[in-house]
Design a protein around this ligand. Structure first.
Ligand code: ADP
Ligand code: MG
Length: 285
């Protein structure tokens, strides 16, 4: 939405911790694109709490700010004003390095266009974030194998993305998102490129994540996807327009994962996708 004036920036770095809070929280968070007359408030003074273990669907018309919100929640972008908290830690004031570490360990991203690295096999795509987070090659390999099995792709581990269907690629992306046992999984239109059968596979996976107590925020236009969530919020012009708890789903609380092991730089790589993935895997220098 367009709104006059300029916001104050987030001056202070804030790294306070709370004892126990929601997995995700925004307080009066806004993100402005552009300046002056042409400024667009993609997210506009939004307050949102996502308890640990909740699966939340975010819906709303194209351009209402869903992707922007998801990027703020995952530390891929910083708000123009307001606060973003992840796992009890305020992240909107963190520097690039700290944010990169946090994304790698605490957040699993799934994008509509998969953003797998085409020169790497399915298994290598899943292993990579584990290696970047400091896992040994052996551990990374074992976890990738386990996750590919879990998403039904054990027999495709050595295939390149180009040798996989869209649905299979997205299942690899889900496995990759889970490899560091993230506190939250954030998915932006994960079934947007998929046919019904593949959508069903992803829904089943998300259902399993929900049952396992994984905190999950999924941006979707697809009612079938939204219907699997514990809660559905819709956005209009960057603000909350609706907030509905679905019947028949518990909002069980799950323990937080996440640790603070030491990261380890490695060789450079190619994003191959051009969106959030590069930042998601960004190196600390
Ligand atoms: N990088 C950007 N630069 C300028 N405007 C942007 C940018 N990204 C998004 N916007 C604008 O912010 C608003 C929200 O976009 P977005 O979060 O992508 O919406 P959605 O995901 O709901 O379709 C839209 O008006 C869009 O045009
Ligand atoms: Mg979007």
């Amino acid at each position: 939405m367009i709104r006059g004036g300029f916001a104050r920036g987030n001056g202070q770095a804030a790294t306070a911790r709370t004892a126990a809070g929601p997995a995700l929280r925004t307080v009066g968070v806004s993100r402005r694109y552009g300046e002056e007359a042409g400024a667009v408030w993609a997210v506009d003074r939004l307050d949102l709490d996502v308890p640990a273990g909740q699966t939340l669907a975010v819906t709303g018309p194209s351009g209402c700010g869903k992707s922007t919100l998801l990027q703020l929640l995952g530390g891929l972008d910083r708000p123009t004003e307001g606060e973003v908290w992840l796992g009890g830690r305020r992240i909107d004031g963190l520097g690039e390095r700290a944010l990169a570490r946090l994304r790698r360990r605490a957040v699993g991203f799934v994008f509509q266009a998969y953003h797998l690295m085409h020169e790497l096999s399915a298994a290598q795509n899943v292993e990579l974030p584990a290696l970047l987070a400091g896992a040994s090659p052996r551990t990374a390999r074992a976890r990738a194998a386990e996750l590919l099995d879990r998403v039904g792709l054990a027999d495709r581990a050595r295939h390149l993305p180009s040798e996989l269907s869209g649905g299979q690629r997205q299942r690899v992306a889900v496995a990759r998102a889970l490899v560091n046992e993230p506190l939250v999984v954030l998915a932006d239109e994960p079934t947007g490129n998929l046919d019904s059968a593949a959508t069903y596979d992803i829904l089943r996976l998300f259902g399993e994540l929900r049952a396992a107590g994984q905190t999950l925020v999924v941006v979707t236009h697809d009612e079938r996807v939204a219907a699997t969530a514990d809660r559905v919020v819709s956005l209009r012009d960057g603000a909350l327009a609706d907030d509905i708890r679905l019947d028949g789903h518990g909002t069980g609380l799950a323990g937080e994962g996440s640790d603070d092991g030491s990261g380890r730089p490695g060789p450079g790589h190619d994003d191959g996708g051009g969106s959030g993935l590069g930042a998601m895997l960004a190196w600390e220098d």
